[in-house]
Design a protein around this ligand. Structure first.
Ligand code: SF4
Length: 73
């Protein structure tokens, strides 16, 4: 199943946690703020939820393909 991941960049404190723990899902933009690598990901849901919950800025939200919010950090 595919999920959509969103980073609220105004909440990102550039900790790098999501980028180092989920390098297939997140990367830094040219301002050192995290962003999803692609619009949707098939990364395992439990791992996505862990990445969201470990974000110190509470900036990550996981959506189902339907648009429903699965988790907000
Ligand atoms: S874990 Fe959160 S605060 Fe840290 S880089 Fe990722 S989105 Fe930004």
């Amino acid at each position: 199943m595919a999920y959509r991941v969103e980073v609220q960049k105004d909440l990102c404190i550039s900790s790098g946690k999501c980028v180092s723990d989920g390098p297939k899902v997140f990367r830094f933009d040219d301002q050192e703020l995290a962003e999803p690598i692609s619009e949707t990901t098939e990364y395992e849901l439990q791992s996505l939820l862990k990445l969201a919950r470990n974000c110190p800025g509470e900036a990550i939200t996981i959506f189902a393909e339907s648009g429903e919010i699965i988790d907000h950090s």
